[in-house]
Design a protein around this ligand. Structure first.
Ligand SMILES: Nc1ncnc2c1ncn2[C@@H]1O[C@H](COP(=O)(O)OP(=O)(O)OP(=O)(O)O)[C@@H](O)[C@H]1O
Ligand SMILES: [Mg+2]
Length: 482
């Protein structure tokens, strides 16, 4: 029977008993109690009965109040549970239909629950995943241990965080993912579950690579006129020397024709040698060839630098990179920017270790710093008078990083703005000369992509020094703390 029916039933019983009591009392009162002892006895009996009934009624009323209270709290609890059930159903709906894979793991990282996207993304069914360590299922063995150590360290402190890693699907396909790890803490303060959200970030990575590529191509475009000029000079002397060598061949031709005749006319041959400055031409021919070859080498170097800048696919991949070679490339590429305003002094450490980096992006950082230094010297008080740009590399094995410094003796940076130079779009240059993106991009490449640091110090009116530190081993550069 429902609670409400039971309450109504009790109320009816109480009302019926009250009516009985009242009827009895009426009946008793209508007799002469003093004259009939038997009537008195009846009255007495009835009075006692009425007393009992009244006590019972009181108890029943108290029980009824208690039941009413229970019923009310039961109704409230039911409503609360229903709301919780609705919320749980909604959350399950969200988790089930989320594009990202959602995993609920125990404190040790073993899968307890996974949504459908998990199967779509990884190819593993829930039955295959349950009970297994999530990192073993999703990452390569080397990455799994490393990422797991990080997860463990953070979950022990109940810290939520995100990590980027390469995941391997069941079919062997490798793709970049972002893993959000959120430890869930019990009322006692211990981690009892870990919620992991796995996002496929291939599209984002591709877009970033395309953007990086576009940025590189943009700076090639901006420097194209200067590069064309750089190529033009060696091309000119390659052309001059080839013209000279063609003349040498033309000069030698009649002589060779004469000498190949069995009856050599030596007098004629001697005449040709003298008239056509034969000795002069042939003395200078090797020099002309050397100069032409030098020109070819110079053009090849510029072309190699251009290729290093426009390299396809360098937007993301990190390979072993020689920072000294990046300096050479950036200097070659930016030669037209600095050659008329500054001497460049390089002090490149001969034993510099290779670093795990995106070489194209590092070229870009160095180029931006060198171009800024040249532009600062050109815009400084000395005007076009020659300044000095110093590029130094070194390394700190204990700290595990390579250090690159680009210094100049230009006008320096006033204290009032030095804190803003890395801000995107901050520029002190004329419209059309600078967009204020060079240092923001350099900072993003160094700090975000490579986990390094970039700092600036300056003595106003005298000098500026940018210091870049790049880790030798890349680690996981994509990590962000949530
Ligand atoms: N070596 C330097 N000497 C003096 N000031 C500098 C130097 N390098 C950067 N700055 C200052 O920092 C500002 C920001 O530099 P950033 O490279 O980000 O942008 P930009 O050079 O103005 O424009 P862009 O690089 O987009 O062409 C510059 O406008 C300049 O005021
Ligand atoms: Mg700049």
């Amino acid at each position: 029977m429902a609670d409400a029916d039971r309450v109504a039933d009790l109320e009816r019983t109480i009302a019926a008993q009250q009516r009985t009591i009242e009827a009895l009392m009426d009946a008793v009162e209508q007799r002469d109690l003093a004259s009939t002892p038997s009537a008195f006895a009846v009255w007495h009996q009835h009075a006692a009965l009425a007393d009992v009934v009244e006590r019972k009624t009181r108890r029943l009323r108290a029980a009824l109040d208690e039941i009413r209270g229970l019923h009310e709290s039961l109704t409230a609890k039911t409503a609360e549970l229903e709301a919780k059930r609705d919320e749980a159903a909604m959350l399950a709906l969200v988790a089930r239909h989320m594009e990202s894979a959602v995993l609920i793991c125990d404190a040790g990282g073993c899968v307890e629950w996974a949504n459908e996207s998990f199967t779509v993304q990884t190819g593993h069914t829930f039955a295959e995943a349950v009970g297994r360590r999530a990192v073993d299922l999703l990452l390569s063995p080397e990455a799994a241990d490393e990422v797991n150590a990080r997860i463990q360290a953070r979950t022990d402190r109940a810290e939520a965080f995100s990590v980027e890693a390469l995941s391997t699907a069941k079919d062997g396909r490798c793709y970049p993912v972002e893993l959000d790890v959120r430890p869930v803490v019990s009322d006692e303060g211990a981690v009892w579950r870990v919620v992991a959200i796995l996002r496929d970030i291939s599209a984002r990575k591709e877009a970033e690579a395309r953007l990086a590529q576009a940025e590189r191509l943009e700076s090639i475009g901006e420097l194209a006129a200067g590069v064309a000029h750089e190529i033009n000079t060696p091309m000119q002397y390659i052309g001059d020397n080839l013209t000279f060598l063609r003349r040498a061949v033309e000069v030698g031709h009649p002589l060779f024709a004469l000498l190949s005749d069995p009856a050599v006319d030596w007098a004629k041959a001697a005449e040709i040698v003298t008239e056509r400055h034969f000795r002069f031409v042939f003395d200078r021919a090797p020099g002309a060839i050397d100069q032409a070859l030098e020109g070819v080498a110079a053009v090849s170097k510029i072309v190699a630098a251009m290729r290093a800048f426009s390299r396809v696919g360098s937007g993301d991949a990190k390979t072993l990179t020689d920072v000294n070679a990046c300096v050479e490339t950036a200097l070659t590429f930016s030669r037209s920017e600095w050659r008329y305003v500054a001497e460049v002094e390089t002090r490149l450490a001969p034993d510099l270790p290779l670093i795990e980096a995106d070489g194209g992006a590092i070229n870009q950082v160095i180029l931006n710093l060198i171009v800024n230094a040249a532009q600062a010297i050109r815009g400084g008080a000395r005007g076009d008078a020659s300044g000095t740009i110093t590029v130094t590399t070194s390394h700190d094995r204990d700290a595990g990083h390579v250090v690159l410094e680009v210094g100049d003796d230009g006008p320096g940076i006033p204290p009032g703005i030095i804190g803003r130079v890395f801000d995107p779009f901050f520029t002190t240059k004329q419209v059309g000369e600078g967009t204020g993106q060079g240092l923001a991009l350099a900072q993003s490449i160094v700090v975000k992509r490579h986990g390094g640091s970039i700092d600036v110090s300056s003595i106003p009116e005298h000098a500026t020094l940018f210091t870049v530190r790049l880790p030798i081993e890349s680690g996981d550069s994509g990590e962000t703390t949530a």
